[in-house]
Write a new protein. Sequence first.
Length: 283
Amino acid sequence: MEAKAKPAPPPAIRKPPTREEIMERIRENLKGIKHKIIVLSGKGGVGKSAVTANLAAVLAKEGHSVGVFDYDFHGPAMARMLGVLGKSPSALPFGIFPVTGVLGIKVFSLAFLLPDERTPVIWRGPLKAKALQELMTNIIWGNLDFLLFDLPPGTGDEALNIAQNIPDVKGAIVVTIPSVVSTVAVEKSVEFCKKLNIPLLGVIENMSYFKCPYCGQITEVFGKGAGKRIAKDESIRLLGKIPLDPEMARCLDKGSPMIVCKPDSESTKSFEAIAQSLLQLLS
Ligand SMILES: Nc1ncnc2c1ncn2[C@@H]1O[C@H](COP(=O)(O)OP(=O)(O)O)[C@@H](O)[C@H]1O
Ligand SMILES: [Mg+2]
């Protein structure tokens, strides 16, 4: 009688990687990036994404290699603002290539993982952390001068996940508008960074004022002096003020940051000045 073939041994159960191993993989994958910078704010709608997109574009225009990671599950905006909405990153067996947007900016947005802009993500914190770890291990950024992380409002899961999973973050830029409601929320973000030892690069006062295009009169629509006050109270730099510019929303909706869409505008000049301060700070 023929001997029965031995049953194949059960597949070896692979142990899940330890936290140290995960961190090592992320560190290895991000080692070609010089400056990792997060853009955050306690409040929504104050212009974090607009600042990220415009700053990325100004830096790219000046010849820096720039990537943007949109870590906003609930309101990802970078794909639209950087002109790559509807495109998909190429996923290969060895990694995922980000999409190349306006001015050569490498973009990865959580919007790429969703079927359309209206589909909500209903995920709890740990899943968001896992997604961040997976993406940071697998996205092939290559060598970059800057990788900007656009965050959702507040100091919740996403901000904490970045703080705990991204090694060597160069610093945080906090964005506020001049209203008291916004400044109070932004001060929380500042305290959050201090508690987690994330260096504060400075505060940007967005929608600082509106300059009438006809008579030049300036109206401080949301109040006055918030950026200066936060900078003083929290001992951080005021990186700059950006006017409320109706063209900005229109241009970003079309996927065109101000340096491309309205290169001579006052808001473009503000972003250029902010980029210069940032470069000086990092040099
Ligand atoms: N300085 C500005 N002037 C005009 N519109 C702006 C300005 N900053 C941001 N916006 C617009 O306001 C809206 C909210 O900004 P967004 O960057 O999405 O806010 P956040 O990311 O903080 O939630 C967007 O449509 C954006 O284009
Ligand atoms: Mg946003």
